[in-house]
Design a protein around this ligand. Structure first.
Ligand code: THU
Length: 136
């Protein structure tokens, strides 16, 4: 993505679109709740992710963490923003575990873009979503 040629709003909309498209691959036979994520790295790459459920429910991984893990395993650990989509009418917000995982790689500046099924969205800084973060 040529992020230098795009406005903040264009970037937000593009990431939502990519997260929505990714959602098609959600593996969610148990909850039937599809989630898609698209994370933008500081160097303009986008990694998508979906929730991947398991018959042993605790082994399920959220869409956001799938996207982060894909990026980190390719050597990209600096992020600008992440967008989330689901089929719900209400906005989807990242769970606490995912917020903690974001915080491993970001000091709070990263934008978290939470959308609903109508394509409306709300953006937050990670520091707003997870203040007083645990660090070692
Ligand atoms: N889920 C996500 O992928 N991201 C979130 O932020 C919240 C929950 C997934 C996990 C599970 O597959 C389904 O949504 C229902 O909890």
């Amino acid at each position: 993505m040529d992020i230098n040629a795009m406005s903040e709003k264009e970037i937000e909309k593009k990431l939502i679109e990519l997260s929505r498209k990714a959602m098609e691959n959600s593996y969610s036979p148990y909850s039937k709740f599809r989630v898609g994520a698209a994370i933008l790295t500081q160097n303009g790459k986008v990694y998508t992710g979906v929730n991947v459920e398991n018959a042993s429910f605790g082994a399920t991984i959220c869409a956001e963490r799938t996207a982060v893990i894909k990026a980190v395993s390719e050597g990209d650990i600096r992020f600008k923003a992440i967008a989330l989509s689901s089929d719900a009418d209400s906005f989807i917000y990242p769970c606490g575990v995912c917020r903690q995982v974001f915080s491993e790689f970001d000091k709070g500046e990263m934008k978290v873009i939470c959308s609903n099924s109508k394509g409306q969205y709300r953006s937050f800084r990670l520091s707003e979503m997870l203040p007083n973060v645990f660090e070692l």
